[in-house]
Design a protein around this ligand. Structure first.
Ligand code: HEM
Length: 245
């Protein structure tokens, strides 16, 4: 007996999930991540700024890309169907996790790269500089964001081993993410060289505000909307030929 036998079709027509196509998603993500680099480059040309030492530029460039990736994590948390619905929750979450590790690597490297030129001739000079930077009052909000990021990723990876349930972990994950965004933005606006330009500064402020709005939507607005949604509305959304009609 074949699946086509009889007059009743065995499969319903597939409903296309909402969301951007994978090509649009990848192109949009890549453009967003490269945007601060392109802006920094164009602004440096316009203002006639000379490039600084290689490690400083490398550190600034790396962390600007990583910081956009970090803020994009708020949207790519699998909760926005209109963005990642077509990619599916499994692929979106896998991407969220891989991007988390990449961001963590960049955040760890960022302060170390400033000290890299001092590794030669005496590596202890580099250690002293890192120690000095981590103790500097001017870099305090960056240091707090750094430690929070270093904690956030392992807490997410090994959340099953934590002594509290999923809901508490999820809430703490969201609060950590918001705190990192706020501290890192304060740090960037305070000490960033490229980010001292008002266009780039405006980009950071808007991106941070958008990321925080996403969290407010996920953690507050969406659960409230679900709670206040009348039960009957689920029935009216079903197919008129379905069993609920
Ligand atoms: C999550 C943690 C951090 C993030 C997201 C972050 C992000 C950034 C960003 C975006 C810039 C601006 C780059 C530019 O405009 O050129 C910057 C600059 C800077 N950051 Fe961080 N940072 C973090 C932690 C740290 C830590 C822990 C230190 C040192 C202990 C540090 C030291 C610096 C310095 C010295 C600059 C100024 C570089 C310059 O433009 O000359 N940052 N950071």
């Amino acid at each position: 007996m074949t699946a086509q036998s009889g007059s009743i079709p065995l499969s319903r027509p597939q409903i296309q999930p909402r969301g951007l196509s994978p090509a649009a998603l990848i192109a949009g993500y890549a453009s967003l991540c490269l945007l601060p680099l392109v802006m920094a480059f164009v602004l440096a040309l316009v203002h006639g700024h000379e490039p600084r030492d290689l490690f400083r530029e490398l550190s600034g460039g790396l962390i600007m890309v990583a910081y956009v990736m970090m803020l994009a994590q708020f949207v790519l948390s699998g909760r926005f169907e209109s963005v990642s619905g077509r990619a599916g929750i499994d692929r979106t979450m896998r991407f969220h996790q891989v991007a988390g590790w990449v961001v963590l690597g960049a955040v760890i490297l960022h302060p170390l790269l400033y000290a890299a030129p001092r590794l030669w001739p005496n590596p202890l000079d580099a250690v002293t500089q890192v120690h000095r930077m981590f103790g500097s009052a001017g870099l305090r909000t960056g240091v707090i964001a750094w430690w929070l990021t270093v904690l956030l990723v392992p807490l997410a990876v090994w959340r099953d081993r934590l002594p509290f349930g999923y809901e508490i972990w999820r809430l703490s994950h969201g609060l950590f993410a918001i705190a990192i965004a706020l501290f890192a933005t304060h740090h960037t606006l305070r000490v960033g060289t490229h980010s001292a330009d008002r266009w780039l500064a405006t980009l950071w402020v808007l991106a941070t505000a958008a990321a925080i709005l996403c969290m407010v939507y996920i953690y507050i607005a969406k659960p409230l909307m679900k709670r206040t949604m009348p039960i009957g509305c689920c029935r009216t959304a079903r197919s008129p030929t379905g069993p609920g009609s």
